[in-house]
Design a protein around this ligand. Structure first.
Ligand SMILES: Nc1nc2c([nH]c(=O)n2[C@H]2C[C@H](O)[C@@H](COP(=O)(O)OP(=O)(O)OP(=O)(O)O)O2)c(=O)[nH]1
Length: 342
């Protein structure tokens, strides 16, 4: 199996990238510090220098096996790249749909929000790109700084437990945290500007009662082998990491067919004519904040070479394998209908 090269993950100030042999000396210098190690469960103290080399090599094997993604947190000092700490996501097994988030930051970089920036981005990246639905973490009782980081990432405290702490040679109480896509969403956006008090009652009176109807047009593209195209919702969108039928929201004044022709061009660079869009079925689903009404079309003919223009992962899937892909809840009945029809 070939594992694609890992594309570094960037935040405003930091880069998360695989560790290399050249990081070992600095990693050792940062982690061989009781104030760092005393909060970490799987790290010995003192930390032998050779362990840094061994551990870095093991991170590559674990990533290739699809079990763990341990990454260097790297910052900039002037024009120099500096190792700041490490962050990782670990699965108990490759087919597990949950990953444990862990991180540490070298003492000299404390107090700058580095851990929350790196751990938050890694958690969102994991939910969008690994086949997981939940991120969990634990912190040693008394480590309030780390509990604060997890809360800023969006994880909720869900209970207590115990874990073995290697450097302390004991089982100790931990606080447990967890969260899914909803909780670990993108950082809160700027609050919308407050409407002037004189205007607000007028707006309220004009707002239609009931839930907003969200109109989305979607398409099952079917190739000559009878496989269906699924696209993965990218990081930053709601339900990131779930697989969906290409498509999108109707813009004002658009028909569903027009919206689909536009979306298929924008997302996949293909040209589709309205005559090739066959109405198939629809989804009607409560999204909480709105009600989704989504016609699903079938399309077997298009022009142009398909390109994932938004960097989204694509998969051509046999109808009987569609249910192996995690999809938004609204799509579940559609999958069953497609399987029966195709
Ligand atoms: N395209 C598509 N959307 C789906 C599917 N299932 C499902 O629940 N949805 C929901 C997810 C979103 O709430 C909504 C689509 O909105 P979106 O944000 O992806 O639409 P868009 O492409 O216009 O995106 P944007 O420009 O607003 O970012 O429909 C599906 O199979 N395909």
């Amino acid at each position: 199996m070939t594992v694609p090269a890992f594309t570094p993950i960037r935040t405003e100030r930091l880069t998360l990238r695989p560790l290399g042999a050249a990081d070992a000396a600095e990693l050792h210098r940062l982690i061989n510090d009781w104030d760092v190690v005393r909060w970490l469960s799987r790290v010995p103290f003192p930390y032998p220098r050779e362990l840094a080399d061994e551990w870095i090599a093991s991170t590559h094997r674990q990533r290739e096996a699809g079990e763990a993604w341990h990454l260097a947190i790297v910052g900039q000092e002037g024009d120099k790249e500096v190792l700041v700490g490490c962050a990782g996501l670990m699965k108990k097994s490759a087919d597990e749909r949950e990953a444990e988030l862990g991180y540490w930051v070298g003492r000299r970089y404390w107090g700058h929000g580095v851990a929350a920036e790196a751990a938050g981005r890694l958690a969102r990246w994991g939910l969008a790109n690994l086949d997981i639905d939940r991120v969990v973490a634990s912190v040693l009782e008394g480590n309030d700084r780390s509990a604060g980081v997890l809360k800023r990432v969006g994880l909720r405290e869900v209970g207590t437990g115990e874990a073995h702490f290697l450097a302390r040679g004991a089982r100790l109480p931990v606080r447990l945290f967890g969260g899914g896509r909803e909780e670990v969403a993108a950082p809160p956006a700027e609050p919308p500007p407050q409407a002037a008090p004189t205007v607000a009652p007028v707006l309220a009176a004009e707002a239609p009662p009931g839930k907003k109807l969200l109109l989305v047009a979607a398409c099952a593209l079917v190739d000559s082998d009878g496989r269906v195209l699924l696209a993965r919702r990218p990081e930053g969108k709601a339900m990131a990491g779930l697989w969906e039928f290409p498509g999108g929201k109707l813009e004002p004044g658009e028909t569903p067919e027009e919206a689909l022709i536009r979306e298929l061009k924008e997302e996949l660079d293909i040209d589709v004519s309205a005559a090739c869009l066959a109405p198939f079925t629809f989804a009607s689903h409560d999204l909480g904040h709105a009600h989704l009404m989504m016609p699903l079309y079938l399309c077997r003919r298009w022009d142009g070479t398909m390109v994932a223009r938004e960097g989204q992962a694509l998969a051509w899937v046999r109808p009987n394998k569609l249910s192996d892909y995690a999809m938004p809840p609204a799509d579940r009945p559609l999958v069953a209908m497609l399987r029966d029809f195709l």
